[in-house]
Design a protein around this ligand. Structure first.
Ligand code: ZN
Length: 501
C-alpha cells in the first residue's frame, strides 16, 4: 500500500518537474525577447543623439549626415582605436581607421573633440598645421569629413536665441525644505540637483547646444556691434545658460547648499560640501561642476567648448569666498550680523589667501569655458537708486569683484530688472549711459513669457532670460515645454503648492 502510494507520488513529482522546466523555458524566451526589444529601442531611438566626433574611440554612427563618414573602410583598416583615451562608450569602438599612436592619437582626439563641439575650422586648422600633414592620409580623411559636416551646417538666427538661468542648486532637499523661514524662497527660485540632471539630459536629447553670449555678437574698438555667425548642423538649437548669485551667501549655511567652488588637484572645478559629521565632501553639487561633467560625457552639448555665464554680486564675496572689502576692513558700520558670525566662527580667516583661492577657481573656470557677468555689487534694481549710489555700486564691483573674475562687458540685472522698457536703449537714458561708460555692452533681464527675446542695438545686445525654477515649473510648465518636460524633471521632495509670490 505504502509502496504504491510512493510510486504515484514519484510520478506526480516527475510530472511537476517537466511542467516547471517548460515554464522556465518560456520565462527565458520572454526574458531574451524583452532584452532584444530594449536593444532595438536603444539602437534606433537613443543612439542617434550622439555626435559622430564625440570621442576618438566611439565615433561612427549610422544614418544621418556625415555621421557615418569617418569609418574604417576609408583606409581599409579595421583595427579598433585603442589609444585608451576618453572612450567611455567603448562598446561602439572600432570607429576610426588605423590605430594612431602617441602624439598623433592625442592630436586626432583633440581635433575630433573640436569638431564634436562644432569648431570645424579649429579642428581642420589643428590637423593642417602639423608638419607631416601632406603625408598623413588619416588626417587628410578627417579634414575632408570635417569640411563635409561643416557644409551641412546652417547659421542660426541670432535674434531667436533663448537664454535660461538658475540660482544655486539645492543639493540636500531635506535641509532646504525643512520649514524654516527660507524654505518658501528656495522652493520658488531654486532648482534641485536632480531636476538639473533631468533638464540637462532632456535639453541635450532635444538637440540644444550651449553657446556664449559672445558667440552672438562682437564689438569693435569704438563700441559698434556686429553680429557673428553660429553654425550648427540641422536639428541643433543654441541656447545661453546663466547662473545668478553663485556666492553661497551666509544665509544659506546649513540649508543643503555647497560651501563654495574649489579646484581639485587635477585642475577640475568642484563643490565642497559640509556634511553633518563635520567632514567635507568634494563633488558635483551645483551648476558649474554638473555642467562640466555633463559636457565631458557629451562634448557636443557645448559650442566650441563654451559653457555658461555666472552673474556675480560682490557684497558677500564670490563663489563662496569672502572677498569683499568689508571682510578686509571689518568696518564696524558695514559689517552685517551674518558677517560678524562668520568672523567669530573663523578667527584664522586670511583675506589675501581667500582672494587668491577665489581667483584660482575663477581662472580654472575660465579655462573650462565659463564666463562671468556683473549682477551689480549689491544685488540692486538700478532704477530705484540715485546716480550717485549707482556709481558707488559699480565702483565696488570693479574694485572687489573684477580683480578676481576679470573684466566683463555683460550685466545681468538683479530682480529681473531692467533700465528701460522694451524700446531700444539710447544715451539719453542715464542708466544706460552710466553702464556703457563702465564698459557694459550686453544686458540681460528676465522675461519667460516668450521663447526668446533678443534686441540687437547699434552698440549693445539685450536678451531676456527664462527662469527654470520651482515657481516656473509649478505654475507655468507650458511656457518651458520647448526645453523640457516638467513632469519628468520635477523633484517630488518639493513641498506643494509652491508658495505664491
Ligand atoms: Zn540675483
Amino acid at each position: 500500500m505504502a509502496k504504491r502510494n510512493n510510486t504515484v507520488i514519484e510520478r506526480e513529482i516527475r510530472r511537476r518537474r517537466s511542467g516547471l522546466l517548460l515554464k522556465c523555458l518560456i520565462a527565458l524566451l520572454i526574458f531574451v525577447s524583452v532584452g532584444m526589444i530594449a536593444w532595438i529601442i536603444y539602437e534606433t531611438q537613443f543612439k542617434e543623439h550622439k555626435n559622430p566626433w564625440t570621442d576618438a574611440g566611439s565615433g561612427v554612427q549610422t544614418g544621418e549626415g556625415a555621421s557615418g563618414d569617418v569609418s574604417a573602410d576609408q583606409t581599409g583598416e579595421t583595427a579598433a582605436v585603442s589609444n585608451g583615451q576618453d572612450s567611455p562608450d567603448g562598446e561602439e569602438g572600432g570607429a576610426l581607421p588605423a590605430p594612431a599612436q602617441g602624439e598623433e592619437a592625442s592630436l586626432e582626439s583633440q581635433a575630433n573633440r573640436m569638431a564634436a563641439q562644432y569648431d570645424y575650422d579649429g579642428a581642420i586648422e589643428l590637423l593642417k598645421s602639423q608638419p607631416d600633414y601632406d603625408r598623413n592620409d588619416r588626417f587628410k580623411n578627417l579634414v575632408v569629413n570635417y569640411e563635409k559636416t561643416k557644409a551641412s551646417c546652417t547659421p542660426y538666427p541670432i535674434d531667436q536665441i533663448t537664454h535660461v538661468f538658475f540660482h544655486s542648486l539645492v543639493y540636500d532637499t531635506a535641509k532646504a525644505f525643512d520649514g524654516d523661514a527660507y524654505e518658501a524662497g528656495y522652493n520658488q527660485v531654486m532648482t534641485t540637483v536632480s531636476e538639473m540632471d533631468s533638464i540637462l539630459n532632456q535639453m541635450y536629447n532635444k538637440g540644444y547646444v550651449m553657446i556664449s553670449l559672445h558667440d552672438m555678437v562682437e564689438f569693435d574698438e569704438a563700441g559698434n556691434l556686429s553680429t557673428k555667425q553660429i553654425l550648427l548642423p540641422p536639428g541643433k538649437t543654441p541656447f545661453v545658460l546663466s547662473q545668478d548669485d553663485c556666492s553661497y551667501y551666509h544665509y544659506m549655511d546649513g540649508d543643503g547648499f555647497p560651501q563654495k567652488l574649489v579646484v581639485t588637484e587635477d585642475g577640475k572645478v568642484k563643490n565642497s560640501y559640509l556634511e553633518d559629521d563635520g567632514s567635507i565632501s568634494i563633488g558635483d553639487y551645483d551648476v558649474v561642476p554638473i555642467v562640466d561633467t555633463f559636457v565631458e560625457q557629451h562634448p557636443d552639448f557645448s559650442y566650441h567648448g563654451h559653457k555658461g555665464i555666472l552673474a556675480l554680486t560682490g557684497y558677500e564675496g564670490v563663489l563662496g569666498y569672502r572677498t569683499d572689502e568689508v571682510y578686509k576692513t571689518r568696518q564696524a558700520d558695514r559689517v552685517t550680523e551674518f558677517q560678524q558670525v562668520f568672523f567669530d566662527q573663523h578667527p584664522d580667516f586670511n583675506f589675501d589667501q581667500e582672494v587668491a583661492d577665489a581667483k584660482k577657481v575663477a581662472d580654472a573656470m575660465k579655462a573650462e569655458g565659463w564666463e562671468f557677468a556683473s549682477h551689480t555689487w549689491g544685488h540692486i534694481n538700478p532704477r530705484t537708486y540715485s546716480m550717485e549710489s549707482l556709481q558707488r555700486d559699480s565702483n565696488r564691483w570693479r574694485d572687489w569683484v573684477e580683480p578676481i573674475v576679470g573684466p566683463t562687458d555683460v550685466l545681468i540685472f538683479a530682480f529681473g530688472a531692467d533700465i528701460g522698457d522694451w524700446q531700444p536703449y539710447t544715451m539719453s537714458n542715464e542708466y544706460y549711459a552710466h553702464y556703457k561708460s563702465m564698459g557694459f555692452r550686453i544686458f540681460c533681464n528676465v522675461d519667460a513669457s516668450t521663447k526668446y527675446w533678443v534686441q540687437i542695438g547699434t552698440d549693445y545686445l539685450r536678451q531676456a532670460r527664462r527662469n527654470l525654477d520651482g515657481y516656473r515649473m509649478y505654475y507655468t510648465p507650458d511656457l518651458i515645454s520647448d526645453l523640457f518636460d516638467v513632469d519628468q524633471a520635477w523633484d517630488s521632495s518639493r513641498p506643494t503648492p509652491v508658495p505664491k509670490m
